[in-house]
Design a binder for this molecule. Sequence first.
Ligand SMILES: *[C@@H]1O[C@H](CO)[C@@H](O)[C@H](O)[C@H]1NC(C)=O
Ligand SMILES: *[C@@H]1O[C@H](CO)[C@@H](O)[C@H](O)[C@H]1NC(C)=O
Ligand SMILES: *[C@@H]1O[C@H](CO)[C@@H](O)[C@H](O)[C@H]1NC(C)=O
Ligand SMILES: *[C@@H]1O[C@H](CO)[C@@H](O)[C@H](O)[C@H]1NC(C)=O
Length: 526
Amino acid sequence: MGKSSRCNGCWGWLLAIIVLAVVAFGVFIMIKFKNGDSILDAAPVPGAPGELTKTYADALKLAMQFFDIQKSGKLVDNKIPWRGDSALRDGSDAKLDLSKGMYDAGDHMKFMFPLAYTATVLSWSILEYGDQMKAASQLSSAQDSLKWITDFLINAHPSADVLYVQVGDPKLDHSCWDRPEDMRGKRPLTKVDTTAPGSDVAAETAAAMAAASLVFKSSDSSYSSSLLAHAKDLFAFADKHRAYYSVSIPTVKTYYNSTGYGDELLWAAGWLYHATGDHSYYDYVTGENGEAFANWGSPTWFSWDNKLAGAQVLLSRLSFFGPKDLSKKDILQNYRSSAEAVMCGLLPKSPSATSSRTENGLIWVAEWNSLQHPVGAAFLAVLYSDYMLSSRTPKITCGSRQFSPLDLRNFAKSQADYVLGNNPLKTSFLVGYGDKYPQFVHHRGASIPADSNTSCLDGFKYLESADPNPNIAYGALIGGPFLNETFIDSRNNSMQTEPSTYNSALIVGLLSGLVTTSSVARSLGQ
Ligand SMILES: *[C@@H]1O[C@H](CO)[C@@H](O)[C@H](O)[C@H]1NC(C)=O
Ligand SMILES: *[C@@H]1O[C@H](CO)[C@@H](O)[C@H](O)[C@H]1NC(C)=O
Ligand SMILES: *[C@@H]1O[C@H](CO)[C@@H](O)[C@H](O)[C@H]1NC(C)=O
Ligand SMILES: *[C@@H]1O[C@H](CO)[C@@H](O)[C@H](O)[C@H]1NC(C)=O
């Protein structure tokens, strides 16, 4: 607050009023989605975010840059010196403009299933932690990156029951090693529709658009309404024509196979309820679909394929902060108990702690892109910890033990710190962070000098080169270590050195949660 005051005598009164207001509100504090208003809004959390933690603020700023590196289309205010316009004709075969969006990873595919998930997670991060992003000067960048994706989602959904789910053919795309700016190959389109439906990909896209509609609600209401209209249509399509997209379109199995669509349907309905307040979406998650798909009580890992844990945390939000007169509270409690089962699995001292961990405490579930699971889990843990703090919920019970919000936050920190270099290799897995980080990131654009004009095949010499990447993919969160905590920094080791947009969304969410103690955390903790 500025110091200039024309009325020194007023300050005493003002202070008294502020203190009274804070005390009065303090009793009824509820967290809310800070950048959009939904029917669930309660009193805002008083006070500004706490002091920034420099390590996390620096890491957050860096992580946000990877979205700029992945942007396709005609760039606006491009901040990456080695990037330029690309894929300007994407979508033209269907007379659509699919030039925007983001490349998935080290390649130049646009895969809707993980890209929409990226947008949902980024939206969630902005909604919960927008104030903290703002304090770290990252909010507008996060909103820009989100809009770069949602513009694409809108164009990829030209009519109610048609969604384009892939731009490019992975076989063709992966047979080249070129810069996106120099791509000259065909970019075939793949879609789902009523004859080849895909509930998973359609519902994830609906979730992304519903969540993003909340992000843009106050800054651009017509854009927000448009997103919401698309989200509703897509959800209806997903629900009515139930199918796995990887069954309708078997070729997608190779990269982003979907192992279920019930999780996306619940997740999308949860987001639509938050965005609209329309009770039919609440009935959806608490009715027979909840029974069919929620798998209550069984912890799962949050990932681009499985959003069940995310849906449980999101729906717990209603249990913590929703209207007091909500019906079917017992069903809602099932979601909350399931979210707590997830948390109990993560906490290392919990009786139900998962054994999927490295010796030094990193959650470790899969060899490919091993960091996705710990970072995703830590993001959910920091959210849950803040829901507990904001609702004055002191403990969760895991078997014979109880844990506090601080325990959850400390778990989340441990995963973030590991990623940032507190590990046996003393290496950061966030490119550009710290003294030591991967030099051979599996990323075409980063590996090829910006002034070369490589065609499809002659670029492979850069993949095979023994030199580090000429361009640093700042902010890339790469695949990560083996279970034995070793890691091979090699460009052809895509399992460990390839980054992805969804990894970025998850680490951005996690770091935004950790970058400052929330005001509520401060008022309780110190
Ligand atoms: C893809 O998912 C289906 C459905 O769960 C599963 O049966 C199949 O084995 C998976 N395929 C691959 C290649 O992972
Ligand atoms: C790059 O090469 C292609 C084909 O060899 C050519 O058409 C194009 O003009 C070149 N671009 C630049 C910037 O030199
Ligand atoms: C670590 O695990 C990887 C993958 O399983 C294996 O290839 C490597 O040999 C192991 N390294 C050590 C030092 O055990
Ligand atoms: C990857 O590159 C390393 C050295 O850069 C080499 O030893 C290894 O054989 C290569 N692996 C594959 C699968 O090409």
